[in-house]
Design a protein around this ligand. Structure first.
Ligand SMILES: [Zn+2]
Ligand SMILES: [Zn+2]
Length: 764
C-alpha cells in the first residue's frame, strides 16, 4: 500500500523525473481510503520530547525547494515577507552538553536549554502561520480566481470579503509576533542555561497578547462568513480546498477554518511551554520568580479567552497534556476535546481499565500508569476517518462498543448503556464531520486535477500544430523554471500561470496503471477483535469442537479473531500484518490461498520477479522488509476446509438467552443459559459459545418463582412433584440474572410457558 509519505516524496521528486521518465510517474491519488502508514504511531520523538507542541515541525521555507509550499511561496510577488528570518538559522541549533561537574545539574541545564529553544521553534512556526493566513491565502485566492477570470476576493453581501478582513487583522498582529520572534532568537543565540533569561521576554510579551483581542472578538464572525461563502460560492470553496491541500499539506495541518484556532491556542501553548521551562529552574532563583509571574499572566489571559470562547478550561487541557507525557499535541488547530473518561477494555483474559479521550480528529485508547499518566508506547491513537465502531446489542453487551481499526481493535466497556450511547453518538458526529470534510476536499482535488488535464490536452493539441517553443504548455515551462531557480512569471503565456499548474503529473497520467493488482480497502487492514478466551471452551470451527485443555491450547486467528484449536490452525500471509505469515483459522486460510492462486493477494509493488521468471514477495514493515518465496508463507491446517460455526444460531433459536449465575446451595457460578424455542428445554452452557451443554431440562412440569435481590433477580424452577413431597431440595434449578433487561425477558418467557408457584409471591 502506498503511504502518504511516499506520495509526497514522489511528488517532490517529480521535477527531476518528469522529463526523463514521464511514464513512470506515480499517479496522484486522492482516495480517502488510503491509510498513511504512520497512523496511530507517535510522532518521531528523537528530536526531543517537546516536539508535540510545534505548530508544524516539518513545514517551513527551509525544507526542500521542490515541495509544494515553497513552490507557491516562490511564486508569490511579495516573497520577502514569506521567508522567516530564522530559516535554517538558530532554530536548528544544537543543544550543547553542560559540564559543571554535577551530572544531575548538567541534565537539568540541558533540558532548560531545550525548553528555551522550544519557544523559538514555536514562535517561528506561529509567525509562519500568520504569514500564511495574512499573505499567502489572499494571494492564492487571487491567483486561483484570475485563472477563471473571476475575483474570488470580491465583496460578499455588501461587506468586504472575509479573507481580506482576516488579512487586515492578521497583518496587525504580525509585527508584534515578528518582534517577539527576533527577541527570542536573540535570547536563544546568546543562551547559557547557567544564566537563564527567557522569562522576562515572555512575561513582557504576555502584556502584548492583548493585540490579538480584535481577532478573537471577530473569530466567530469570520468562521460564519467563511463557511457561508464556501457554501454559496463553489469556486471559492474549491480554491480554499486547494489552498488547504497544497499549503496545509492535504489538510494535515487542518483546514483554514480550523487554523483560525491557532491564535487563541497560542496563548495556551505559551503557558504550557513556560510551565515546562519553569520546571527546570532552580527553586528560589530570580528567573524562577519571573517565570512564575509570566505563567500567572499567561494564565489570566488564557483563562479569559477560553471562557469567552466556550472552550475547555485550561486546567483540563494542561492536565491532559501532561497525562500524554507532553507527547501529544492537544493544541493542534482544529483539534477540540469532545469527551474523556474511564472505561474497561475486554482483553483476551479479562477486563482491564483504560482511559478514552475523544478529540475532533482522533480517539485515544490509553493505558494509565500508576502515576495517572498515559503509557504512550501502550496507548493507541485511532484517526476517526479510519475507524469503525458498532454498538453491541445483546443484553449483556449493551454497555459495550466494538471499535475496529488498522491500529487497534477492541471491545470497550462503559459504565452504563447510557454512557456507551453518549460516546457512540459523539463518535458518530465527529466521524461524520471529519469524513465529510475529507470527502469534499478530495472531490475538489479530483475536480481540479480533471480540469487541469483537460486544459493540458487542449494545450498539447495546439502544440501539435506548431513547432514553436513559445506555444509549449505553460506547465512544462513552469516546471523547468522552478527547477532552474528562476521564478519570474511568464506573462507571454496565453494561460495564466497559477501555482497549481506547476509540478503536477504531466499529460497522459490517466494511462498510468494503478499500483497494486488489488485496491486495498480499509476492511482488508482492520485488525480483528480477538474473542476472549472464556467465551468458548471448544474450538469454534464447525465440525471440530475440540475441547480446550492443557494439551489443546486456545489459538486466535489473526484475520478473524476466532478461537481455534491447533488442528484448525494454519498459516497464511495477511495484508493487515504487511503480508507476514500469521496464524489463521481454516476458513481464513482457504480464502487467502484462493486469492493467492488467483494472483491478486500481493500488490504488484510487493512482487519481485526473478531472472528465471519465478516470483518472490516483499513482506514486513517498510523498515525491515524481507523478500521470500510466497509459498513459504502458507501452511495448511490439519482440519482443511473447515468453516466457522454459526455462533448466532443458538441465540436465534431461543426464546431467551443470556448470562446467568447458577446457584447451588450457597455458591454461584457464571453460566450461559437459554430456553430453546423448538423443544422448550432450558439449556445451560459453561461458556457463551460452547456447543455442548452442561444441563438440559424440559421445562414442562416445573413451576417457577422469582424474587428480586439486591444484585438482580433470582429465578427458581421447582418440579410439581417436589412441591407436594417437599423433599430433594437439590432438584430446584435456581439462577440469578444480574442484567435487568435480561431478567425481564426471563420473567416474561417463564410466565408465558409455566405457572408460578402458588406458594410464592411474585415481586416483579
Ligand atoms: Zn479466521
Ligand atoms: Zn478445531
Amino acid at each position: 500500500m502506498e503511504t502518504m509519505d511516499t506520495q509526497y516524496n514522489h511528488h517532490s521528486n517529480k521535477h527531476s523525473q518528469q522529463h526523463q521518465h514521464p511514464q513512470q510517474l506515480p499517479r496522484r491519488q486522492s482516495n480517502i481510503d488510503e491509510i498513511p502508514a504512520d497512523v496511530g504511531k507517535l510522532r518521531d520523538n528523537r528530536k526531543g520530547r517537546h516536539n508535540s507542541l510545534f505548530v508544524s515541525p516539518t513545514s517551513g521555507i527551509s525544507s526542500a525547494s521542490t515541495d509544494d509550499f515553497s513552490r507557491i511561496t516562490s511564486m508569490t510577488s511579495d516573497r520577502s515577507s514569506i521567508i522567516t528570518s530564522n530559516s535554517g538559522g538558530s532554530s536548528d541549533q544544537q543543544i550543547p552538553d553542560y559540564e559543571t561537574g554535577n551530572e544531575e545539574n548538567d541534565g537539568r541545564l540541558k533540558k532548560l536549554h531545550y525548553a528555551a529553544v522550544e519557544f523559538l521553534k514555536v514562535q517561528s512556526n506561529y509567525v509562519q502561520y500568520l504569514k500564511e493566513m495574512a499573505v499567502l491565502y489572499p494571494e492564492y485566492m487571487e491567483r486561483f480566481g484570475k485563472r477563471m477570470n473571476r475575483d474570488l476576493l470580491a465583496p460578499h453581501n455588501g461587506h468586504e470579503n472575509v479573507v481580506l478582513q482576516i488579512k487586515k487583522i492578521m497583518v496587525q498582529i504580525l509585527p508584534i509576533h515578528e518582534m517577539l520572534l527576533k527577541e527570542i532568537d536573540t535570547v536563544c543565540s546568546n543562551w547559557d542555561s547557567r544564566q537563564p533569561n527567557m522569562s522576562k521576554t515572555i512575561g513582557t510579551f504576555a502584556d502584548f497578547l492583548k493585540c490579538c483581542q480584535p481577532f478573537l472578538d471577530n473569530k466567530a464572525d469570520f468562521l460564519t462568513k467563511l463557511l457561508q461563502l464556501r457554501n454559496e460560492d463553489k469556486e471559492f470553496d474549491e480554491a480554499t480546498y486547494m489552498f488547504e491541500t497544497e499549503v496545509f499539506k492535504r489538510g494535515k495541518k487542518g483546514a483554514v477554518i480550523q487554523q483560525l484556532d491557532q491564535v487563541h491556542q497560542n496563548f495556551m501553548r505559551y503557558k504550557l511551554l513556560m510551565l515546562r521551562y519553569s520546571e527546570y529552574l532552580l527553586e528560589g532563583s530570580e528567573e524562577k520568580k519571573r517565570a512564575e509571574e509570566a505563567i500567572a499572566k499567561l494564565e489570566t489571559v488564557t483563562q479569559a479567552v477560553n471562557q469567552k470562547m466556550g472552550l475547555p478550561t485550561t486546567e483540563e487541557l494542561t492536565k491532559l497534556y501532561y497525562r500524554f507525557q507532553c507527547q501529544f499535541n492537544v493544541l493542534e488547530p482544529g483539534r477540540v476535546l469532545i469527551r474523556q473518561g474511564e472505561v474497561m477494555k475486554q482483553t483476551r483474559k479479562e477486563e482491564q481499565p483504560r482511559f478514552l479521550v475523544l478529540f475532533t480528529d482522533c480517539l485515544w485508547i490509553c493505558r494509565v500508569s500508576s502515576s495517572q499518566q498515559f503509557e504512550m508506547n501502550r496507548s493507541y491513537r485511532i484517526p476517526l476517518e479510519y475507524m469503525r465502531f458498532e454498538r453491541m446489542e445483546a443484553d449483556e453487551y449493551v454497555r459495550c462498543l466494538m471499535v475496529r481499526s488498522k491500529v487497534k481493535s477492541a471491545v470497550i466497556i462503559f459504565g452504563s448503556e447510557k454512557e456507551r450511547n453518549q460516546w457512540a453518538d459523539d463518535l458518530t458526529k465527529a466521524q461524520f464531520d471529519r469524513k465529510s470534510y475529507k470527502r469534499r476536499q478530495s472531490t475538489a482535488v479530483q475536480k481540479h486535477d480533471e480540469n487541469k488535464l483537460k486544459m493540458k490536452k487542449l494545450m498539447m493539441l495546439s502544440e501539435k500544430n506548431s513547432d514553436e517553443e513559445i506555444q509549449r504548455p505553460s506547465t512544462i515551462n513552469g516546471s523547468s523554471r522552478s527547477t532552474s531557480g528562476s521564478h519570474d512569471e511568464d506573462t507571454s503565456s496565453s494561460v495564466p500561470v497559477t501555482p497549481l499548474d506547476i509540478g503536477d503529473a504531466p499529460f497522459g497520467d490517466e494511462e498510468i496503471p494503478r499500483n497494486g493488482s488489488k485496491k486495498q480497502t480499509v476492511a482488508d487492514v482492520i485488525k480483528p477483535v480477538w474473542l476472549p478466551d472464556n467465551i468458548s471452551n471448544e474450538c469454534l470451527m464447525e465440525g471440530c469442537s475440540t475441547e480446550f485443555n492443557l494439551i489443546n491450547r486456545r489459538h486466535h486467528c489473526r484475520d478473524c479473531g476466532w478461537l481455534i484449536c491447533k488442528y484448525c490452525k494454519g498459516q497464511a500471509p495477511l495484508a493487515k500484518f504487511e503480508y507476514s505469515k500469521q496464524n489463521v483459522c481454516s476458513e481464513c486460510y482457504d480464502r487467502q490461498f484462493e486469492i493467492y492462486k488467483a494472483g491478486t493477494l500481493f500488490p504488484t509493488r510487493n512482487i519481485v520477479i526473478q531472472s528465471d521468471g519465478t516470483h518472490l514477495v516483499k513482506i514486513g514493515k517498510r523498515d525491515r522488509q524481507e523478500v521470500v518465496d510466497p509459498r513459504s508463507l502458507f501452511k495448511h491446517p490439519t482440519n482443511l476446509g473447515f468453516r466457522h460455526r454459526n455462533v448466532e444460531q443458538k441465540r436465534a433459536g431461543s426464546i431467551v438467552f443470556g448470562r446467568i449465575f447458577m446457584r447451588h446451595r450457597k455458591s454461584e457460578q457464571l453460566r450461559h443459559a437459554l430456553i430453546r424455542r423448538e423443544d422448550l428445554k432450558l439449556v445451560v452452557y459453561k461458556a457463551e459459545l460452547d456447543s455442548k451443554p452442561i444441563l438440559e431440562v424440559l421445562i414442562y412440569g416445573y413451576l417457577y418463582r422469582e424474587t428480586q435481590l439486591d444484585d438482580g433477580w433470582l429465578f427458581e424452577l421447582v418440579h410439581r412433584n417436589q412441591i407436594k413431597t417437599d423433599d430433594a431440595k437439590d432438584e430446584v434449578i435456581a439462577f440469578r440474572v444480574d442484567n435487568n433487561t435480561s431478567a425481564k425477558k426471563w420473567s416474561a418467557a417463564l410466565a408465558d410457558k409455566l405457572e408460578m408457584d402458588p406458594t410464592h409471591r411474585s415481586t416483579f
